[in-house]
Design a protein around this ligand. Structure first.
Ligand SMILES: Cc1ncc(COP(=O)(O)O)c(C=O)c1O
Length: 458
């Protein structure tokens, strides 16, 4: 039975609710608190990546198994954090274990190609439709190479990027990732706002900013900067601002528009690649870009990235027009894990199972929202999904800016205290269902959404 939306709590009440949930959170994790304190002495900020600094304190993990992770205080969680979207295989998957263990005893690094690299490239070509591939170690490296390649091939310096997309932490793309309203500029012509210190303005100025789902914003930039734009990089489904999907026809039109201006198109499928389906958004939407970047779940939890390109683009690499290099590129351990991931883990049967769980999550949460009257909706894309605490769907970054992050943080705390580990960072991130999750795991997610009614009822 559905109920009328109920009035959201006042700011003061929400603050109290968050404080109470954070108190429960900290009380459950004394060992994490101790480690966090000790870690500050020799780890900058007490963590290994700045995005691990989360309120009220970082969660220190002991181990993972299957669909679960365990913190150093012995608490078990259904893991839907998935290491920021990298654990599609779940934890300790037998196929990954076997592949990695076998490779460890045969050598973990040569900086020479191994046969698994051929099998991986062949399988990526089959899934994504782009014929030739290279490897790297992280999403950042992959998108850096893609941007370099677009510039190298066209001999042009400018690139276009979408406001609110994240493509890693190299200079060219650390622009307008999550700009505050006062930095972002007018909606019709967003500024190129630096997303980090340490990036020279001269480089930020080379990245032009367009709006997702708005073809005209790209057309305007291409016309204003005739023959100067090398290409565009885009998350074909935005996944660093909740989940924002492309409108029908948008990606195909984008490709045509860029090609009319002899500029290239890169789909950054680092997050979406294996998680939305076997061949990413590329296959789902039937639009083939000039370049694709993959990372995160590709290596079954081992660090690896891939860059795929058309014949024309990759010939530029093959003939030395652009030197794509890296000591650990195509590392044998990463290639062994990736081969197992592609051939034994991310199988058609696995995608069928994930689709059933996706549907169960969406229906369960929609029901919880209807039953409780929360002002929220759920968005899913394959193994990924999120609850958006807003009445209306979000179609671009400016809409996302209007979503009140305090509800998302409170939701994260309720889930965590209830034994479900979602990625922190409130409204930005999504859950990841792995091949090892089951219906009971998904039901716990939906149940904790129901618990959120408490924050609207006090
Ligand atoms: C879409 C996208 N591209 C690139 C990256 C960077 O990947 P990495 O953190 O492996 O450098 C991320 C990371 O979250 C991402 O979400």
């Amino acid at each position: 039975m559905s109920v009328q939306p109920i009035a959201p709590p006042s700011g003061i009440m929400l603050k109290e609710i968050i404080a109470a949930q954070e108190e429960i959170f900290v009380a459950r994790q004394p060992n994490s608190a101790r480690l966090a304190e000790q870690a500050k002495q020799h780890l900058a900020g007490g963590v290994t990546s700045s995005w691990q600094i989360t309120a009220p304190q970082p969660v220190w993990l002991s181990h993972g198994q299957g669909s679960k992770v365990y913190d150093v205080d012995g608490n078990e969680y259904v893991d839907l954090h998935g290491g920021y979207g990298a654990a599609l295989a779940g934890h300790g998957h037998p196929a990954i274990q076997e592949a990695v263990t076998a490779q460890v005893s045969r050598g973990t690094h040569f900086a020479q190609p191994t046969p698994n690299a051929v099998a991986v490239a062949r399988e990526l070509a089959r899934r994504f439709g782009l014929p030739r591939w290279r490897f790297a170690n992280s999403g950042t490296e992959a998108t850096m190479d893609a941007v370099h390649l677009m510039r190298s091939i066209t001999g042009r310096d400018l690139i276009i990027k979408i406001e609110g997309c994240y493509h890693g932490h190299h200079d060219s793309v650390q622009v307008s990732v999550a700009p505050e309203p006062e930095q972002a500029g007018p909606a019709a012509s967003p500024y190129s706002a630096p997303s980090s210190t340490g990036i020279p303005k001269a480089i930020t100025d080379l990245t032009l900013i367009a709006t997702f789902n708005d073809l005209d914003s790209v057309a305007r930039l291409l016309e204003t900067h005739q023959d100067q734009v090398a290409g565009m990089i885009i998350e074909p489904i935005m996944m660093n601002a909740g989940i924002i999907k492309p409108e029908p026809g948008y990606l195909a039109s984008l490709k045509n528009l860029l090609h009319q201006h002899r500029a290239l198109l890169t789909f950054d499928e680092v997050k979406t690649g294996l998680t939305v389906g076997p061949g990413g958004v590329t296959r789902q939407e039937g639009v083939q870009p000039d370049l694709i970047t993959l990372a995160k779940s590709l290596g079954g939890g081992v660090s690896v990235a891939a860059i795929g390109g058309t014949e024309a683009v990759m010939e530029h690499v093959a003939n030395g027009g652009y030197e794509m290099v890296g000591t650990f590129n195509g590392n044998p351990l990463a290639m062994a894990a990736t081969r197992a991931m592609l051939c034994e883990v991310a199988t058609p049967a696995a995608y069928e199972k994930i689709e059933k769980l996706r549907r169960r999550a969406a229906e369960g949460i929609e029901q919880a929202i209807a039953d409780t009257g929360l002002t929220a909706h759920v968005v899913t894309a394959g193994a990924k999904g999120c609850v958006v605490f807003a009445a209306e769907p979000v179609t671009s970054y400016r809409g996302f800016l209007g979503v009140d992050d305090r509800y998302s943080h409170a939701h994260w705390l309720y889930q965590h205290n209830g034994g479900v580990f979602l990625p922190p960072w409130g409204k930005i991130e999504q859950w990841l269902i792995s091949v090892q999750h089951d219906e009971a795991d998904i039901d716990r997610l939906a149940e904790a959404v129901e618990a959120c009614r408490e924050m609207f009822l006090r």
